[in-house]
Write a protein that binds this ligand. Structure first.
Ligand code: SAM
Length: 254
């Protein structure tokens, strides 16, 4: 124990810093810097080339993608530092995720080349409405997901917990008052929004099917464990708050 009160304060700060700051072994500074730099570059190129590009929605899609992955890490690091690691960017989000975005980009490029009319929105009110709807969905989806991660804080984890941790509390406030799975709701509509922005009919349908299947299974699995962790408290919460992702079977209303 330090004798000088200033030394005590320093000791306290050091102890707190051990708790607050992310584990450097799983957050290698050079890796985090490289990934952040890459995402920043992508964002910069997409914003900077906006005035020179014919199909601007493509750049908006890249901006949305760069921001999404940056925010995944940033919000985890800020509000859930014990769980943050280099995977928190969610860039290695499974082969299906990488394939989905690669196919979406290919569809956009191929259609732009073979049927450029499909990607011309300036003189089509219908296509303008689709792009604007997409932009709104991307913004709303991102906002709801980021708010969910902020609100859940330490109770949020990118990997579904199958064993309860000591600091895992049931979250029912903020966006969790409106949506039972706000981060999934946000991700679902964000992803649908990106395909509307790209004016991609094929991947729009594919994204809707794949995401619906993915979240149906994930929510059922996650809720089984949440009932184990929080018992009747979660059952009551599940009865009172809806999921709001279309066609997902709601255990709460059955
Ligand atoms: C990727 S987060 C998703 C959270 C939530 N499903 C959502 O969409 O916002 C997954 C973790 O959140 C936890 N979780 C989900 N809903 C929760 C709640 N209402 N309160 C506390 N933890 C929750 C689960 O136990 C799981 O480990």
């Amino acid at each position: 124990m330090a004798e000088n009160p200033r030394d005590n304060k320093q000791e306290d700060n050091e102890r707190t810093s051990v708790v607050i700051y992310p584990d450097i072994k799983t957050n290698l500074p050079h890796e985090i810097t490289e990934t952040s730099f890459g995402l920043g570059m992508l964002l910069g190129v997409a914003v900077g080339s906006l005035p020179f590009i014919n199909f601007r929605p493509f750049n908006l899609y890249i901006i949305a993608l760069a921001l999404f992955h940056f925010l995944e890490y940033y919000i985890t690091a800020k509000y859930n530092p014990k769980k943050v690691n280099s995977q928190s960017f969610l860039l290695n989000n499974g082969i299906e995720y990488t394939a989905a975005h690669t196919i979406a980009i290919l569809e956009c490029l191929i259609e732009g080349w073979l049927c450029p009319k499909w990607k011309t929105y300036q003189n089509s009110t219908f296509r303008k409405i689709i792009v604007i709807t997409g932009i709104i969905l991307v913004i709303v989806g991102q906002l709801v997901r980021s708010l969910a991660m902020h609100t859940a804080g330490k109770s949020f984890s990118h990997i579904v917990k199958v064993e309860k941790e000591n600091d895992h509390k049931l979250v029912t406030n903020g966006v969790y008052l409106i949506f039972r799975h706000p981060s999934y709701f946000g991700f679902f509509w964000w992803a649908i929004g990106t395909q509307l922005v790209l004016l991609n009919p094929l991947t729009l349908v594919a994204f809707a099917f794949v995401l619906h299947g993915f979240f149906s299974k994930r929510i059922a699995f996650e809720e089984r464990h949440l009932v184990e962790f929080f018992g009747d408290e979660y059952i009551q919460y599940r009865k009172s708050v809806k999921i709001w992702i279309p066609f997902i079977k709601d255990q709460g209303s059955s």
